[in-house]
Design a protein around this ligand. Structure first.
Ligand code: NIG
Ligand code: FE
Length: 406
C-alpha cells in the first residue's frame, strides 16, 4: 500500500500501512514495521484487515467551499452568457443568485434535501469525506434555516463530515430591495437564532459591488464573532473591494476566489494565517482572465486551498478532481500543491487542521484508495474517477454510497 500524507515532497510512503482504532488513525508507517506496531497495541479486540491491494492511499479529500443546497438550476443563464450577457448584468437584472433564491424558496424540504444528497454522493464517489456547505439561497430567517438543516441532515445520511456556513449575506432578497442596511441588520438578528439551533459552524459573506460593502460585511462579522463563530469571505472575485484584508484583520479562516487580490490583501492574509481558497471552476465557467496572484501568495507563505465552489450559477461542477487538474492547468499550481489544497490546507480552512486532512496518528481515519501509482496522477487525468474505495471514520463506505447520482 502506498500512502500520500500530502506533506512536503508528497509525504509519500511507497510501501506503507495504516492502523485505525474507532474513528481515528492509530498508526501509520512503513509496511515492514506494521506487524510490530500491531502486536504492540494488540488488546482483546478483534482486528479487521482491509486489503488495499498495493494501491495509492490519500487522506479523504476535503471540499471546503460548496453551495450544495439549492433549488432549480441556471442552465438558461448559461445560454444567455454564451450569447454575450455578463454574470454581473444578469445579476443586476434580477437573475443570477436571486433566481436561485426563488427556486429554493419554492422547493419543499424533501426536494432540497434529496437534491443535495445526490450532489454529496457524487463528491463522496471521488473520495471527498469532508465538505463545507453554505446557505445563501434562502435569504430569510426560515428559508436559510431550512437549507442549513438540509446540510446538517446530509451527515446523518452519509458517512461524511459536514461543516455548515451561514451565507445569508450573499445577495439582497427582493423584499429588502433598496434597503441593504436593513437586511444586514436582520441577518445580524437572525444569526443568534440559527446558532442556537446548532445550524452554523462559520459565517461567510459576499463582498462585491453587486453584493455587500466591506462595512456591511463587517457588521455581519461582528455579530458572528459575538457568538464565537469563525468567519470567511467571498472576496475579490470580480473587483478589488478590500474584502480579503478586512477578513484577514478579523482572523478569517479563509478568503475565497481572490482573482483581484492586491498586495495589501496578500500581506494581510499572510499576517493572519488566513487560507487562500482558490476556485478554478468559477474562474473557468465565468471565463475570467485575471488570475489570482499565485506567485505572491506562495512568496508570502499563504496556505492555498482548492474547492469546487459547487453552485448553480458560477460552478455547477461536482468533481473536486477536475478542480485539481484546473488548479494546475489554469492557475499553474503544482500537482503537489493542488493535493495539499484539498487535504491539509482545506482542513485548515475549515478549522479542522488538527483532526482532518492528513494521514497521521490521532487524525480522523478518513482516506481514499485510488487506482493510481503516484499522487501526481490525481491532478493529471481529468474527466476520470480512479477512486476505488473510501474509508470514513475508520469504516469502509458501502459501494451503494459511491454511486454517482447527480
Ligand atoms: O461563489 N460569488 C458568489 N457566490 C457564488 C455564486 C452564486 C451564484 O451565482 O449563484 C460563488 O461564485
Ligand atoms: Fe462560493
Amino acid at each position: 500500500m502506498s500512502a500520500a500524507a500530502g506533506e512536503p515532497a508528497w509525504g509519500w510512503l511507497p510501501e506503507g500501512d495504516l492502523l485505525t482504532r474507532g474513528e481515528r488513525i492509530e498508526w501509520v508507517g512503513p509496511s515492514a514495521e506494521a506487524e510490530a506496531a500491531w502486536q504492540a497495541r494488540r488488546g482483546t479486540e478483534e482486528a479487521e484487515v482491509i486489503e488495499l491491494q498495493c494501491r495509492l492511499v490519500t487522506p479523504g479529500l476535503i471540499d471546503a467551499h460548496t453551495h450544495l443546497v439549492y433549488g432549480g438550476d441556471r442552465a438558461r443563464e448559461f445560454e444567455m452568457r454564451l450569447q454575450g450577457a455578463s454574470y454581473e448584468e444578469i445579476a443586476r437584472a434580477g437573475g443570477g443568485i436571486r433566481s436561485t433564491v426563488a427556486a429554493t424558496r419554492a422547493a419543499s424540504d424533501e426536494t432540497l434535501f434529496s437534491a443535495a444528497l445526490a450532489r454529496a454522493r457524487a463528491l463522496l464517489a471521488e473520495g471527498v469525506t469532508t465538505m463545507e456547505i453554505k446557505s445563501g439561497y434562502g435569504l430569510s430567517l426560515e428559508h436559510e434555516a431550512r437549507c442549513l438543516r438540509a446540510a446538517r441532515r446530509l451527515a446523518t445520511a452519509l458517512p461524511i463530515t459536514v461543516r455548515t456556513t451561514s451565507l445569508a449575506a450573499h445577495a439582497l432578497p427582493p423584499e429588502f430591495e433598496g434597503r441593504a442596511d436593513d437586511y444586514i441588520e436582520a441577518v445580524c438578528a437572525w444569526l443568534p437564532q440559527w446558532h442556537a439551533e446548532g445550524l452554523v459552524d462559520a459565517v461567510d459573506g459576499f463582498c462585491e459591488r453587486i453584493a455587500f460593502t466591506p462595512a456591511q460585511v463587517e457588521r455581519v462579522f461582528s455579530a458572528a464573532r459575538a457568538l464565537g463563530l469563525p468567519v470567511k469571505l467571498h472576496a475579490e472575485q470580480l473587483s478589488d473591494s478590500g474584502g480579503a484584508a478586512l477578513a484577514a484583520r478579523l482572523g478569517a479562516l479563509s478568503a475565497d476566489h481572490l482573482e483581484y487580490l492586491g498586495d495589501d490583501g496578500v500581506a494581510a492574509m499572510a499576517a493572519s494565517g488566513t487560507v487562500a481558497m482558490l476556485l478554478p471552476g468559477a474562474y473557468y465557467f465565468l471565463r475570467e482572465t485575471k488570475l489570482p496572484p499565485i506567485a505572491a501568495l506562495r512568496k508570502a507563505g499563504v496556505p492555498i486551498a482548492i474547492a469546487t465552489d459547487h453552485n448553480p450559477g458560477t460552478s455547477p461542477t461536482l468533481s473536486l478532481l477536475l478542480m485539481l487538474n484546473m488548479a494546475c492547468t489554469l492557475f499553474r499550481l503544482t500537482p503537489e500543491e493542488a493535493l495539499a489544497g484539498v487535504t491539509r490546507h482545506a482542513a485548515q480552512a475549515l478549522g479542522l487542521g488538527a483532526s482532518h486532512g492528513q494521514l497521521r496518528a490521532g487524525w480522523r481515519a478518513d482516506f481514499a484508495v485510488w487506482a493510481a501509482e503516484h499522487p501526481n496522477e490525481l491532478a493529471y487525468r481529468f474527466g476520470h474517477n480512479p477512486c476505488t474505495a473510501v474509508v470514513a471514520g475508520g469504516q469502509t463506505v458501502p459501494p451503494s454510497h459511491l454511486h454517482r447520482t447527480a
